[in-house]
Design a protein around this ligand. Structure first.
Ligand code: FES
Length: 160
């Protein structure tokens, strides 16, 4: 058994050795979208490992490819679905942001103020800045954004 701490949560997650950071997030009911189904192809399980990164499996080639295009990725970034837990002392921080997966979801935000940055789910680019009021014109400016998850999910990692 291994203990994973989250910066936003006073309760740690207890998981089995070799389970993924994603499993620890699910244990603590972190709302993680997993839009690619845990295949290392999206941004929605991106985390920062603030302590204990040596206690995780190394980055896979697929993870490296995805992190390379991920806006806001840092040296301590990992995809929670790809990182398996080997030891103790792991402390994780969740990057700020709300991933949206469709234009329709963006439209549902009209009239609200962005409480956190609104991010694209594939590369985490900022679609709407934190604090901005989300108006119809702001959303219309994002009409050309590609949210085609069928296409994304049928790509191989080499096509990222
Ligand atoms: S769930 Fe998509 S990369 Fe982890």
């Amino acid at each position: 058994m291994k203990t994973i701490k989250f910066k936003h949560d006073s309760q740690p997650a207890i998981i089995q050795t070799k389970q993924r950071l994603l499993d620890a997030m699910l244990v603590r009911q972190v709302p993680v979208q997993m839009l690619c189904g845990g295949r290392g192809l999206c941004a929605t399980c991106h985390v920062h490992v603030v302590e204990g990164s040596s206690q995780l499996t190394p980055q896979t080639d697929r993870e490296k490819l995805t992190l390379a295009v991920l806006t806001g990725a840092k040296a301590n970034s990992r995809l929670a679905c790809q990182a398996q837990v080997l030891g103790e002392g792991i402390h994780v921080e969740l990057p700020k942001g709300l991933y949206v997966e469709s234009f329709a979801q963006l439209e549902q935000l009209i009239g609200k103020r962005a409480q956190q940055p609104v991010l694209h789910p594939l590369d985490a680019r900022v679609l709407i800045q934190e604090g901005k009021i989300i108006t119809r014109s702001v959303v219309n400016e994002l009409k050309s954004v590609d949210f085609d998850w069928q296409k994304i999910n049928t790509r191989s990692a080499s096509e990222i």
